[in-house]
Structure formats: structure tokens, C-alpha cells
Design a protein. Structure first.
Length: 67
């Protein structure tokens, strides 16, 4: 599954990749709050404070091939 995190105010893409909770390797990003901290807990585009309540998190399943 993939995860995408966008600023809830301006829509800037803050993270895109493997779902953070399910990562079995490279634990450099232990949770979503580490993503926010990487930006100083504010959106670099609009200055909106970043928190679980102020961002949009979208998790998508990978497409499966049908026969």
C-alpha cells in the first residue's frame, strides 16, 4: 500500500511512498509526526501548522492484476 500526505490548507505534497505503519525496512520515518518534524511542523508553502488534524492522509492499495 502507498501513503500520500498533503497539507490540508494548500495541498502541498509532504510525503509519498510506502505506508509508514507497514514499513519493514528503513525505519528513518517511524510515524507521520516525523514527516511533520522534517518540515519544522509547518507547511513550507503556506505556513499552516502541521499535525494529524491539519493534513490529508490518503492510503491506497496497490492495483492487482486480473486474469
Amino acid at each position: 500500500m502507498s501513503e500520500k500526505i498533503n497539507c490540508g490548507n494548500c495541498g502541498m505534497l509532504l510525503y509519498f511512498g510506502e505506508e509508514i505503519k507497514r514499513r519493514l525496512y528503513m525505519r528513518a520515518i517511524p510515524d507521520e509526526s516525523a514527516v511533520y518534524a522534517g518540515y519544522g511542523n509547518v507547511c513550507p508553502r503556506c505556513g499552516n501548522p502541521l499535525s494529524d488534524a491539519s493534513v490529508k492522509v490518503q492510503i491506497k492499495r496497490r492495483a492487482t492484476h486480473g486474469s
